[in-house]
Design a protein around this ligand. Structure first.
Ligand SMILES: NC(=O)c1ccc[n+]([C@@H]2O[C@H](COP(=O)([O-])OP(=O)(O)OC[C@H]3O[C@@H](n4cnc5c(N)ncnc54)[C@H](OP(=O)(O)O)[C@@H]3O)[C@@H](O)[C@H]2O)c1
Length: 286
């Protein structure tokens, strides 16, 4: 039996859709906080179970019968709670008799990092190791799907305002991550340990400026700003202050580096080339 937590999330739904093409539906258990939203899978024969990492006492029941469990990391970035949520899920999985854990981690996780993204995944990978179970960390690089939306406020009057720092990122499509996760969960192939899942190349913000020029077919001037200047620019471009602050945070974090990881996992596991970055930039034409 195959289990997937976070089944109602964007990645969870894509993983289930991919998995349905590989294993019988009655061998899939979809665990979510919102089972009522997954009727489309129930009618195909997928078992739905309620599961919330904030209610760990109920999780062993949700995981009962599962042998291979994909734990999708939560989106709860408040208060450093996430690695503890994942730890609860891992302990419950062990209690329920799960044999092999799969976890959606990130490239270069680091339990000692000040960056909560890297720290949460690093701490969770420690929980995986401590579980004594077989484990696989699906280390997804940053999704490229939202790239156009993320960069659009940085563009105005032929200029592209970027954060300071030359860090590069190997942007990957969520769909590619889902296809790889489903195949590995199904044991095709049966991989253990950390697996980097990335796009085909790593690009800095300066590189992205060049790519945007090519995609738009016109020259874009790149200018690096301090975080305060970037924030002021986003606000002048119509973003509310909180959203502007969040965007500065993510852009400056990526510019500082640590995501310059490129692997051939997508091609090796799926047989399909990973989605090129230019595809993510196409919406900027509109
Ligand atoms: N690589 C990247 O660039 C990137 C970007 C964004 C997010 N992520 C990470 O990848 C994960 C999956 O991405 P996504 O695109 O599917 O995100 P999403 O659509 O925002 O989904 C959020 C996920 O968090 C789960 N979740 C939230 N609170 C939970 C709780 N208390 N207990 C159990 N599950 C909980 C949700 O499960 P249910 O609603 O089904 O309960 C859902 O699967 C995210 O949650 C985040 O950790 C990675």
């Amino acid at each position: 039996m195959y289990g997937i937590t976070g089944a109602n999330g964007q990645l969870g739904r894509l993983v289930i859709n991919n998995l349905l093409a590989m294993v019988p539906a009655n061998q899939i258990i979809a665990v979510t906080r919102h089972p009522a939203r997954l009727e489309e899978f129930a009618v195909q024969g997928v078992q739905l179970r309620e599961g919330d990492f904030n209610e760990p006492a109920l999780l062993p029941v949700a995981f009962m019968g599962v042998k291979r469990l994909l734990i999708i990391s939560t989106d709860d970035l408040t208060g450093g709670n996430r690695s503890e949520q994942h730890g609860q899920a891992i302990r419950a999985a062990k209690e329920a008799g799960v044999e092999h854990l799969f976890y959606t981690s990130a490239v270069n996780p680091d339990p000692d990092s000040e960056n909560p993204l890297k720290r949460d995944h690093g701490l969770t990978e420690n929980h995986l190791k401590e579980s004594g179970l077989k484990w696989t960390a699906l280390r997804n690089n940053i999704y490229g799907d939202g790239l156009a939306g993320m960069l659009q406020p940085s563009l105005s009057n032929g200029k592209f305002f970027i954060p300071q720092g030359e860090g590069k990122t190997g942007y990957v499509a969520r769909e590619d991550c889902a296809r790889v996760a489903a195949l590995i969960l199904a044991g095709k192939p049966d991989l253990s340990g950390p697996v980097d899942i990335t796009g085909p190349e790593a690009l800095s913000y300066r590189d992205l400026g060049q790519r945007i020029s090519e995609v738009l077919g016109k020259s874009i001037e790149v200018e690096a700003l301090s975080n305060a200047e970037l924030q002021a620019h986003y606000i002048s471009n119509g973003l509310p202050p909180e959203a502007a602050g969040g965007l500065v945070w993510i852009n400056s974090m990526l510019a500082q580096g640590g995501f310059e990881v490129v692997s051939d996992t997508v091609k090796k596991v799926t047989g399909i080339d990973p989605t090129p970055v230019d595809v993510f930039l196409e919406p900027l034409k509109a």
